[in-house]
Design a protein around this ligand. Structure first.
Ligand SMILES: [Zn+2]
Length: 486
């Protein structure tokens, strides 16, 4: 009986092995069939668009809230709030400018409304853009200063706009860089530290800088920083998020706090500490980031100091994740030595969990070592094709996406600022497939899975649910799309 039992067990194992083998080959066959199918349709760019629009896209992880709202919406808010438009620079004002302005409440009844509106949208986005209009890099970054002040009052409408647009293009998750935390803590008495920190940064006197940061950190705590972070989470994040039901069964959104790298060091540090505190205390706030033009003189000079600040905050709040804009630079914007180490510092000093842009990777000293580090540590790169094309004038073979791919760095595809750039996530995938025929459908599908694999969601059940939901969406999509193209 014993030997008969064993032989039955062995037989079962053989069947199991054959079953697994069939499963493996049918899965491989299915993958090859899907790749072949996509190869047939990708010769036509509009076919790619139809395909990509329907395709499930998982999450958009590099997403600036204010820059993702279309400027048409922002203009409507400014009209509704009866604000002023300064015609000398197309900036929205709460106060009446001294001259050359219009009162926006009357704008729609003006006979020249359509042309005026068009002009506003040209200054607030890439509409009708030609290089002789204005430098693209300046147009992009200056755009924020023209309307950013009216965004906070309209957070719910903005959140609903980006949510509804995401659902329309089969996006199930957004991780948005929402707002910098405005602190009420008085820091004027610390202003001498702006100079001191910069002075010590010149000689990379890290120990002294860490001592100063610790002293300021203790001061922030004494002055109620934790309460501020809690209040911010409640009033700015949770109240709107729950009241307007931003999450539903088909969509979820989480928030990143950010600091502005062009601000004075004490302000950056204060905002960073509050950003980390807020992220630690709320599961809706899943990370921290650093924004504003990396090539700005202040941002350049303070870059190393900012990385030390992230390193400091990581020690205080080891569970908080952060993605860093790093290497969003070209020779057109920076000196060769400034292109040599930003990604390296973001990885090795700050300890970034994801890198945003990383366009200048090939100009970094010892890029192969960095790429290998990213591969070994599973640090993804957030790729923003339209943004890099407009702001940096980098596209096609000049973009490092294939370098990252060939070095096995996890790639995620994102929009950056879909409103200002007048784009969407679908278009990013269209450009990806059109410009880089080397990427197979199965590679693109992997990028989409990466967007959920490497998102900063803290709730394991939510992450699991989103991945299961993505599986289902792909099953439906792959069945239907083949019928559509028959
Ligand atoms: Zn960005």
């Amino acid at each position: 009986m014993q030997s008969f039992y064993l032989s039955m067990k062995q037989i079962r194992h053989v069947f199991l092995f054959i079953g697994l083998l069939i499963g493996f080959f049918s899965c491989k066959q299915e993958k090859e069939n899907s790749d072949l199918f996509f190869e047939k349709i990708r010769t036509n760019k509009k076919n790619i668009e139809i395909f990509m629009r329907a395709m499930p896209k998982g999450g958009d992880l590099h997403h600036h809230f204010a820059g993702s709202i279309y400027p048409e919406t922002i203009l409507k808010w400014a009209i509704k709030d009866n604000l002023y438009l300064d015609l000398s620079n197309y900036t929205i004002n709460h106060e009446k400018p001294k001259q050359n302005f219009i009162e926006l409440k009357n704008i729609t009844s003006r006979p020249d409304y359509e042309s005026l509106k068009n002009k506003i949208l040209q200054w607030w986005s890439v509409r009708d853009y030609t290089p002789d209009f204005y430098p693209s890099h300046s147009l992009f970054f200056e755009t924020f200063t023209k309307f950013i002040q009216i965004v906070p009052k309209n957070h719910p409408e903005g959140l609903l706009e980006i949510k509804n647009r995401a659902k329309l293009e089969n996006v199930s998750y957004i991780e948005t860089m929402f707002v910098p935390i405005q602190s009420l803590i008085q820091t004027d008495y610390l202003s001498s530290f702006n100079q001191k920190l910069r002075q010590d940064a010149l000689t990379q006197n890290k120990d002294i800088i860490l001592q100063d940061l610790e002293m300021m950190y203790q001061d922030f705590i004494k002055n109620g920083a934790e309460n501020e972070a809690v209040e911010y989470n409640k009033k700015i994040i949770e109240d709107n998020h729950y009241k307007y039901q931003i999450d539903d069964s088909n969509f979820s959104l989480r928030y990143q706090n950010y600091v502005i790298r062009t601000n004075p060091p004490v302000d950056v540090f204060e905002s960073l500490v509050l950003g980390f505190m807020s992220a630690e205390k709320s599961s809706l706030v899943v990370g921290v980031n650093i924004v504003a033009p990396e090539d700005n003189e202040v941002a350049m000079n303070d870059y190393w100091l900012h990385m030390i600040m992230f390193e400091f905050c990581h020690k205080k709040f080891p569970n908080v994740k952060y993605a860093l804009h790093a290497g969003e630079l070209t020779h057109n914007l920076a000196l060769p030595e400034q292109l040599s180490d930003h990604i390296k510092m973001a990885l090795e000093i700050a300890g970034a969990n994801r890198i945003g842009h990383g366009v200048d990777i090939a100009s970094e000293t010892n890029a192969p070592k960095l790429l290998n580090f990213m591969k070994e540590q599973h640090i993804p790169i957030e790729i923003n094709l339209t943004s890099n094309e407009f702001i940096l004038n980098v596209k096609n073979e000049n973009h490092p996406i294939e370098l990252y791919f060939n070095n096995k760095i996890p790639i995620v595809i994102s929009t950056d600022d879909a409103g200002i750039l007048r784009t969407d996530l679908t278009t990013q995938f269209v450009e990806l497939a059109w410009r880089y025929p080397h990427f197979k459908y199965s590679d693109i599908k992997q990028f989409i899975y990466n967007s959920l694999e490497y998102c900063f969601i803290e709730e394991p059940t939510l992450k699991k649910r989103l991945i299961q939901d993505l599986n289902q969406r792909f099953t439906i999509f792959e069945e239907n799309i083949k019928k559509d193209f028959q």
